[in-house]
Ligand binder design. Structure first.
Ligand code: GLU
Length: 288
């Protein structure tokens, strides 16, 4: 029992392409992850390499060691191979610090001393500020700048628009993706508590581990524009992408940790075999 991948997709995979599966250990893997891991594994097989496994664990409040252990156990149980050593995103936060320093020198990002709640509140009122720090009183801003408070860092889109050409991304399933810089907000690329974000760490770690083909679910298509902007500003060669459709649960919803969908870990504990699990997954795939 396995999944089938369209031959026209496999034909576009290049010998030597490097792929990765990058789950966040903030919950147990569900059938959606299982599909994504198998999809990546099949693409990796066509490229002649095992996929890389990266544990996206920078959010230390949500990520837990027992979820990391379960990821290894689930992949082993499902016979999905991956290259060693396993990578841990939290071990490379220095890459983000260097990138932030560089982007700040280039004036492509700015520090933001507002909390998320303040931003939402202030942005709900009419304003003509070009960046969010202009929304608070300058004395208050100065006090925060001079305190120990770490800022978050946001893209300075008004500068970026002047600096960058029209961007595109190449997706093996969706074709060329044109990126309209006019519709991108001053996204936070480093949280104050982490010094990075999923958006930034992923771009850097994919680059440093030589990933040339990013495979993941359609739920992450919306992050491509900001990730392409970061690659361009940092002078990194962009990978190609393959965003696959999401499989759906019996209620027609995508699998999510919060939906109480049964995790692979629990299915194993209930005594299901690998084939039982893959059978259920295949039926969900038929819902597409
Ligand atoms: N860690 C991300 C997640 O679990 C996926 C990262 C990626 O594939 O870019 O949703």
């Amino acid at each position: 029992m396995t999944i089938t991948i369209a031959p026209e997709l496999i034909r576009q995979v290049k010998a030597g392409d490097i792929t990765r599966f990058a789950p966040s250990p903030s919950g147990f893997l569900h059938l959606g992850h299982c599909y994504s891991a198998m999809f990546t594994h099949h693409i990796a097989k066509a490229s002649g390499h095992d996929m890389l496994l990266r544990i996206d664990d920078i959010d230390s409040t949500r990520c837990k060691p027992h979820f990391v252990d379960a990821i290894f156990a689930d992949l082993d149980f499902l016979d999905i191979p991956y290259a060693r050593p396993v990578q841990y995103q939290s071990q490379h936060l220095n890459r983000s610090r260097d990138a932030i320093r560089y982007l700040h020198e280039q004036d492509m990002i700015y520090p933001c001393y507002l909390s998320r709640r303040e931003i939402n509140h202030l942005l709900s009122a009419p304003h003509d500020a070009t960046n969010t720090d202009q929304l608070i009183n300058p004395h208050e801003l100065e006090e925060r700048e001079n305190s120990d408070m770490e800022p978050a860092w946001r893209l300075r889109m008004d500068h970026i628009r002047q600096h960058l050409p029209m961007l595109t991304a190449h997706d093996l399933i969706h074709g060329q993706i044109d990126i309209d810089l006019d519709h991108i907000a001053d996204e936070v690329i480093a949280r104050r508590d982490i010094g990075s974000s999923y958006l930034l760490s992923t771009v850097l770690d994919d680059h440093y581990s030589g990933v040339t083909l990013v495979t993941r679910g359609d739920d992450l298509l919306h992050v491509v524009p900001v990730q392409r902007i970061l690659q361009e500003l940092l002078g990194l060669k962009p990978p190609r992408y393959a965003h696959h459709k999401l499989i759906l649960n019996a209620d027609g919803e995508r699998f999510a940790k919060r939906n109480n969908d049964l995790g692979i870990h629990h299915m194993r504990q209930q005594g299901m075999s690998k084939n039982d699990i893959l059978d259920i997954m295949t039926k969900c795939r038929d819902n597409l």
